[in-house]
Ligand binder design. Structure first.
Ligand code: HEC
Length: 247
């Protein structure tokens, strides 16, 4: 049986594999950057922390977005007694009758000069918009989790399948170690997705999300870098004995 090995591949196969690995490697770096910028900012600070994961999947159940904004970056727009008044209303379930005969006016006085004129932020002339912000933040919804989970599982399985396939032709690894490295990203992928769901139920699972993501990044980095290295930087072994016998 002919042993295929990365350093002995013909040039067209090398370029095909290299192109794929470079693009996937870049993609993984971009994915990492995106996670830092979206989930990473969930707690308001740059960099991914356990709190970010908790906010993204479990939510900040101590209060609503409205309440945290009013005591946060919107604080300067209304005096303390007005803010307290709004928070009490929100905690009472923000009933609509109080909106009509009181809070519509309060928001008009303090908030709607921006929140009805600036595009992309909620329009507080509408009760529905205020109500939406007054809901307790429960993190990712079940529908968004099922959607993201299946896209993630299907999509990423393809990435690891081809990365693993290419790496299976690497030399210098025992079959056991190779099999382990090839299987690891799949295992961590399942762990990663499972941990989103567990974190949604219980915030203590947030650290599993980080381990899962870190695990498959590490395993694929090892496979990508080894494959690239063996294709281009290891000299082809001297020609086979069979051909050297022909003089
Ligand atoms: C000077 C303009 C301005 C005023 C006045 C203002 N806001 Fe805002 N508000 C913003 C901007 C800009 C954002 C989006 C940026 C951000 O999240 O900080 C925002 C975001 C928010 C959000 C988060 C929206 C979301 O879903 O991301 C809430 C809630 C909010 N404001 C509440 C209020 C309330 C309540 C008042 C009145 C007491 C108010 N704001 C007054 C400009 C304003």
């Amino acid at each position: 049986m002919i042993e295929i090995s990365l350093q002995k591949l013909k040039l067209p196969h090398k370029t095909l594999f290299t192109g794929y690995l470079l693009v996937i490697g870049l993609g993984l770096l971009m994915a990492g950057a995106q996670i830092m910028l979206t989930h990473g900012m969930a707690d308001g600070k740059l960099g991914l922390s356990v709190d970010d994961i908790v906010y993204s999947y479990y939510g900040n159940r101590s209060g609503s977005k409205l309440e945290s904004m009013i005591n946060g970056s919107m604080k300067s727009h209304a005096p303390a007694e007005v803010r307290l008044d709004i928070i009490k209303w929100v905690r009472n379930g923000s009933p609509e009758d109080k909106w009509n005969n009181h809070f519509k006016g309060v928001f008009a006085q303090h908030c709607t000069m921006c929140h009805s004129t600036i595009p992309g932020i909620p329009d507080f002339t509408s009760y529905q918009a205020v109500k939406q912000e007054a809901k307790i933040d429960e993190g990712a919804s079940i529908t968004s989790l099922t959607r993201v989970s299946h896209i993630h599982l299907f999509g990423i399985a393809f990435i690891f399948f081809f990365v693993g396939w290419i790496f299976s032709y690497a030399s210098g690894f025992s079959n056991r170690l190779k099999a382990f490295l090839i299987f690891m990203p799949f295992a961590f992928l399942i762990l990663d997705v499972a941990s989103w769901w567990l974190t949604k139920l219980n915030p203590n699972f947030a650290w599993l999300v980080i381990i899962g993501g870190f695990g498959y990044s590490l395993a694929s980095a090892v496979m990508i870098l080894t494959s690239l290295y063996q294709m281009w930087f290891i000299k082809k072994p001297a020609s086979r004995p069979a051909s050297s016998n022909i003089h």
